[in-house]
Design a binder for this molecule. Structure first.
Ligand code: NAD
Length: 244
């Protein structure tokens, strides 16, 4: 039996991508559609799982409704305040919630491979993280590059004081253990991330290139199928993909 999904935010870019991806997935059935102005309470009854790609203010109420009706939840929406996060986290005590800032299977694997490479390769390998996005992107570096930086810093046991965001002028010799982060902007690039490990004799590069937001939709559907059989708790894509 396919997993029946209530999709919140279906009129948006991601909502449309999820509807399109679900058409190609026999194990998923989008049984109910919800957007601004609709009442999810009247739509949730038939669903096995709720998937939310809407707006940050919508998620806490939706999570409450899921907790009340015992429906597992996949959250793709980003940008919640600390207060909103706390309210959503309380619901994970009674229902399973998958919550990820990036549902791309490839990016989550890149995170995992970066963790392994950073711990296997010692300080003699200099790490540089390079991201490129379209010219309209407002923030830099990307959330995904920030996450990669955190993974490298944790594996190397170094703090933010060892991170260098871009270089300019007389920068001097590169300190041992420094983590470089660089943001490139131009054209219509959806999202490229490269993690470079460079030593005197060799260079390892882990590269991910996103071409279509379909990758987030496919990952979110994978999470929806997984969460339908999960125990109550808070999970990330690393749990869905078994990357622990
Ligand atoms: P969008 O603006 O194109 O679509 C958002 C949709 O949500 C709209 O149709 C809007 O009407 C609807 N909406 C707004 N308030 C609502 C409410 N209270 N109840 C129900 N629906 C409501 O945005 P998008 O590009 O589709 O992105 C949606 C969210 O997903 C954003 O937070 C974005 O950052 C996030 N996102 C996450 C990932 C990921 O992998 N986690 C990937 C891409 C986007």
């Amino acid at each position: 039996m396919p997993v029946k999904i209530l999709l919140n935010g279906y009129k948006g870019r991601m909502g449309q991508a999820i509807m399109s991806a679900a058409k190609d997935d026999a194990d998923c059935d989008i049984c109910a559609l919800c957007d601004m102005g609709d009442n999810p309470e009247s739509l949730i009854g038939n669903a096995d799982v709720v998937v939310d790609f809407s707006f940050r203010d919508a998620t806490p109420k939706l999570a409450d409704l899921c907790a009340k009706t015992s429906k597992p939840l996949v959250i793709g929406t980003t940008g919640h305040s600390a207060e909103q996060r706390d309210s959503i986290l309380k619901c994970a005590k009674t229902i399973p919630i998958v919550w990820a800032g990036n549902y791309s299977v490839g990016v989550n694997l890149l995170n995992y491979l970066t963790k392994i490479a950073a711990s296997v390769l010692g300080d003699s390998y200099d790490v540089e993280i390079v991201e490129m996005h379209h010219k309209f992107k407002k923030d830099a570096p990307s959330g995904t590059a920030e996450k990669l930086k955190e993974i490298v810093c944790k594996a190397r046991n170094v703090g933010e004081n060892m991170v260098c965001y871009g270089r300019h002028g007389q920068v001097g010799e590169r300190p041992v253990g420094e983590v470089g982060v660089h943001a490139l902007r131009g054209g219509g690039v959806v999202g490229d991330h490269t993690v470079i490990f460079a030593s005197d004799g060799e260079r390892l590069e882990l590269v991910h290139k996103a071409a279509d937001r379909k990758i987030f939709a496919v990952g979110a559907l994978r999470a929806a199928k997984w969460v339908s059989a999960a125990e109550p708790g808070l999970y990330g894509m690393e749990d869905v993909l078994n990357l622990k």
